[in-house]
Design a protein around this ligand. Structure first.
Ligand code: C5P
Length: 224
């Protein structure tokens, strides 16, 4: 199995002076937390990190506290997330049956979520995403902000990463060069069925300064 960790975003909403994945969370960069979990996956054959230009040195700050596994490769990211994932997929060992794509910004995602996703892909799903039931009522709106609909909340899931797929299938979905905010959307567009498995509140994406504070508190609590 292979894992692609995308870490090439700028993280403007966080307002840090380094790319988001390299921001410190309790003594280790976000990317280091994500890599430590991915590297612990049983059966890992290929680990690819998609890094911003100029930050691709495995000996650099992003890897502090993590022993880079022998199967580690680092590639440069692209202007959008889909482009970054495509660059990562090209570097995955062709011998991998399954690939997971994970956001470095979801740096506290527990290993159990990774394992749940892999198990469901191995059980035959074309695509697997971790997700949580939505607690808020969600509205769709038009360009003017007027409500156009209220989807039934019971049928909604907020999805996270890692998202898992057979490697060949995800490569084919990305070959179109289309862009989406997650990988499952590209697989859905090619007519395949994607399964949602149980996500985890700890798999939240660090986006705002408040998220960063929460992640830092969680890491501090974990060490006591
Ligand atoms: O921008 P967003 O929050 O959706 O980013 C999710 C993940 O995708 C982050 O880990 C970020 O580093 C990564 N990303 C990337 N290349 C981009 C944009 C985002 O690797 N061009």
């Amino acid at each position: 199995m292979g894992v692609v960790v995308v870490a090439a975003g700028s993280g403007q909403r966080l307002g840090a002076d380094v790319p988001k994945a390299f921001v410190d969370v309790g003594g280790r960069p976000m990317l280091g937390h994500a890599l430590a979990t991915a590297a612990a996956l049983p059966g890992l054959r290929s680990l690819v990190v998609v890094a911003p230009a100029g930050m691709g040195d495995p000996a650099g700050a992003g890897w502090r506290g993590v022993e880079p596994p022998p199967a580690l490769r680092v590639v440069e990211g692209a202007a959008d997330r889909s482009g970054s994932v495509a660059a990562g997929l090209a570097a995955v060992d062709d011998g991998c049956d399954v690939v997971l794509v994970h956001d470095a910004a979801r740096c506290l995602t527990p290993l159990a979520v990774f394992e749940r996703v892999v198990a469901a892909v191995r059980a035959g799903a074309d695509g697997v995403v971790p997700g949580l039931a939505v607690v808020d009522t969600v509205k769709t709106v038009d360009a003017g902000g007027f409500v156009t609909g209220t989807p039934d909340r019971a049928g909604l899931r907020a999805v996270q990463t890692p998202q898992g797929f057979p490697l060949a299938l995800l490569r084919a979905a990305h070959a179109s060069g289309q862009v989406a905010t997650d990988d499952a959307a590209l697989v859905e567009r090619t007519g395949h069925r994607v399964l949602v498995v149980e996500g985890d509140a700890l798999a939240f994406k660090v986006t705002t300064p408040e998220d960063l504070e929460r992640a830092t508190r969680l890491v501090a609590g974990r060490d006591h």
